[in-house]
Design a protein around this ligand. Structure first.
Ligand code: ADP
Length: 545
């Protein structure tokens, strides 16, 4: 009888739960993978494995999370995705670690608070004889899709009726056949403590649909690259020389294009990856929450000197399908996210359950749950304890145990039928050879130079799939998890942080930002000579396109 039940468990698909307004492609992909949709009436609240929302979760959702469940948002991720918060964090980092490192974000003022500072900067520029006055862009802090944006040069044109940021307008963007473009880069953070960042190799290049022209600042089709705007432009469907129809390319096409013109796209991507790491460090530590992940959309503009600029970070990057390029990129992206979430770990959890039941029901759901201890801790708290004082360390461990005990209780109370099977998911998992344990430290970080990983490199990697999930944040990683490393590549997701052993240690024992910045500086200085060589090679190429 027990065996029949177990077999039924094994064949039960994973369950997803979608909140209203989640783009239909999320449902499609999960169904394609053999998942089933959560039925609120017929299923228990703990029966789902993945809950996807477009808005933040309630704290109660975070507190009641079960070991086999995942949420698609971290609490307080908005710290980075609201334009004013981001500007403030980046400004603080500039002050603390030097503006050279953080000069990838255009100077910004939050209005009305920074009005006086803005006027001072504006007047300074106007009075300087050897400087052309800047262009500025004014953006409402909590709107998206290009809504409410205004570009101006003369302050008399600045009007706003809500909190806005006024940011230097990058007036020398890289143009392809005269069209402005920016990059939508997908970034998945699978843990904020230890910080674990993946960037997606494929992405979207978004074009303006009319030629760039500084003499018509109010032409949104020439200055804004949002698809939500350009798809309504008169030229959207027309064939545009050098660009084609529509307003999108894939990264692959863009990178090939750059290579044709002698631009080393690897160097460019290294710089972009550095931007991602430095930006996420600016909001670290976030409260550590169990079993969450966050998919961010980083908007990167490249100027005519191939310098990448961070424009903003998007919460819920658009997953709607406007064209076939969207379908290709976003569908695979979602499949790869599910791979990254490591439901295999849940399978192990379930198998332990079954094994326990077979062995006379000695092991229960709750006991297995000791492996996973959901709850909220402040990373910094753990960090300080782990790295320095002994009594504090003990207190931290005690608090971790307390959370673990609470979780055990919750898990025990949980009906057995909720331990849904992951067999189908397992069948979809990529086969990563586990026989060859990494021999050297560096082999653990094939992404150290942010270069794409080869399958040969991957085969040296001993996958430790649970690293990226909250297990490490609540299970005392200063005990037995020291050897765990995040998987360097899952599908098209490439690990960019931690990028070496020192960065891993600095982020594992809480987030020691100073040490991490030191490592980033070392990394950048290694990247520089390569960049200088490439600058020599490419001069005179693409700028004339
Ligand atoms: P939204 O959240 O409304 O999309 P963004 O900050 O992404 O706001 O800006 C929308 C578009 O405006 C960008 O995709 C880009 O084309 C353009 N843009 C925004 N900021 C700048 C800037 N500082 N310099 C040049 N172009 C910018």
């Amino acid at each position: 009888m027990a065996d029949d039940y177990d077999t039924r468990d094994i064949l039960r698909p994973l369950v997803f739960r979608l909140h209203e307004n989640v783009p239909s492609i999320v449902r499609e992909v999960l169904l394609e993978r053999g998942w089933s949709e959560f039925d609120k009436k017929g299923q228990d609240d703990a029966d789902w494995n993945l809950y996807w929302r477009n808005s933040p979760f309630h704290m109660t959702d975070h507190h009641s999370i079960k070991p086999w469940q995942r949420l698609n948002h971290y609490p307080e991720a908005v710290r980075i995705t609201r334009k004013d918060y981001l500007a403030r964090h980046l400004k603080r980092m500039k002050g603390a670690y030097g503006s050279a490192l953080y000069e990838f974000s255009p100077v910004a003022f939050i209005m009305p608070n920074d009005y006086v500072k803005f006027i001072a900067e504006y007047n300074k520029e106007r009075q300087s004889v050897d400087r052309r006055p800047s262009y500025w862009i004014c953006k409402p802090v909590d709107l998206s899709r290009g809504r409410g944006i205004l570009i101006f040069q003369d302050i008399k044109d600045l009007v706003y009726d809500c909190t806005v940021i006024v940011q230097k307008y990058i007036s020398n963007p890289l143009l392809i056949s005269g069209y402005k473009l920016d990059l939508r880069l997908y970034v998945c953070v699978t843990s904020f403590c230890p910080l674990t960042i993946y960037t997606y190799k494929e992405g979207l290049v978004r074009f303006a649909t009319e030629k760039f022209d500084l003499s018509s600042l109010d032409n949104v089709y020439a200055h804004l690259t949002n698809t939500s705007i350009n798809k309504y432009g008169a030229s959207y469907k027309k064939y545009k020389e050098g660009i084609g129809c529509g307003c999108k390319w894939t990264f692959s096409k863009f990178r090939s294009y750059l290579r044709i013109f002698g631009v080393d796209d690897v160097v460019l991507w290294q710089k972009i990856n550095n931007i991602v790491i430095l930006t996420l460090l600016a909001v670290t530590p976030l409260p550590v929450a169990s079993n969450c992940f966050e998919l961010f959309g980083f908007d990167i503009l490249i100027d005519d000197k191939f310098k990448p600029w961070l424009l903003e970070v998007n919460y819920n990057p658009a997953l709607c399908l406007d064209c076939s390029i969207d379908d290709t990129v976003k569908r695979k992206l979602l499949h790869d996210i599910v791979e990254l979430l490591n439901y295999k770990q849940i399978d192990t959890f379930r198998q332990n359950q079954v094994a326990g039941i077979k062995a006379g029901r000695r092991s229960t759901a709750g006991e297995s749950a000791t492996e996973e201890t959901p709850g909220l801790l402040t990373c910094q708290k753990v960090a300080k304890c782990a790295s320095s004082e002994q009594p504090a360390l003990q207190a931290s461990r005690a608090s971790i145990r307390k959370v673990a005990t609470l979780t055990r209780r919750t898990a025990r109370a949980h009906p057995r039928k909720t331990l849904t099977s992951q067999l189908r998911e397992r069948m979809n998992m990529p086969k990563i050879p586990s026989q060859a344990k990494a021999e050297t430290k560096n082999k653990h970080f094939p992404g150290a130079g942010h270069s794409p990983h080869t399958s040969a490199q991957l085969s040296c990697w001993l996958p430790t799939p649970d690293f990226c999930n909250y297990r490490l944040t609540t299970r005392p990683y200063f005990l037995s998890d020291k050897d765990q490393r995040p998987i360097p590549r899952v599908g098209d997701f490439v690990l960019i942080f931690p990028f070496n052993e020192a960065a891993l240690q600095a982020s594992r024992d809480g987030t020691d930002i100073k040490s991490i910045i030191k490592e980033i500086n070392k990394l950048i200085s290694k990247q520089l000579p390569l960049e200088q060589q490439n600058t020599k090679k490419r001069v005179g190429y693409l700028t004339s396109v």
